[in-house]
Design a protein around this ligand. Sequence first.
Ligand SMILES: Cc1cc2nc3c(=O)[nH]c(=O)nc-3n(C[C@H](O)[C@H](O)[C@H](O)COP(=O)(O)O)c2cc1C
Length: 220
Amino acid sequence: MPASLDRRELVKILGGVLAALPVSNMLAGCSNNATAGSSAADSAGNSSESDAAASNSGNGSKTLVAFFSATGHTHAVAQAAADALDADLFEITLAAPYGNEDLDYNNPDSRVSKEHEDESLRTLELARTTPEHFENYDTVLLGYPIWWGISAWPTNDFASGNDFTGKRVVPFCTSASSPIGQSGSNSAELAGTGTWEEGTRFPSSTSADEVADWAVSLSQ
Ligand SMILES: Cc1cc2nc3c(=O)[nH]c(=O)nc-3n(C[C@H](O)[C@H](O)[C@H](O)COP(=O)(O)O)c2cc1C
């Protein structure tokens, strides 16, 4: 049986297993590092750094789930999607990360409020802009939280700082209530390369079931 069929079957099986787990459980074992950490799925040998390393150095279709997350919700969704697709995970992190007080949008003097008020402050230095072996990925899922109706701006630096030529890009976001709106097409415009699809919004505390269903549907 061709390797591609094996992979599809694996994805379906894994999606079923993930459906039984709440997203919060899946976060318990996940790392903040740029590559996949020690999630429950990793322990089972289904999604792992070793898989990633092996396929990164080889050929074949490759998916990367890149995400920015300030308080963990988008991270959980990204992890669930990466597990469901046996994809690699890349966390977009800032050279100067936000602390809790920085994220207080009720305080007009907080860092995030100031950045919101003054667009010139929203260009931020990323700890790392380009994931390792980025050229090897043909599909990139790009996740971020919605801030004041738009994508959290560290996403902008990732979009503008990378070459998506030849890649399929699928945005997704988490939010308390706002829709994804124009955030995906704004990122596409900033990137200027790649084939960007319409994005999907998840509630902040969505289920692993919902994420796995969505992720698997992308490859069907
Ligand atoms: C600075 C800031 C602004 C936000 N603005 C919105 C908003 O406009 N609409 C909304 O529905 N949620 C908003 N939220 C809530 C986040 O989108 C939501 O909690 C998201 O799931 C957080 O993802 P994260 O945990 O990955 O950072 C905001 C949160 C923060 C910190």
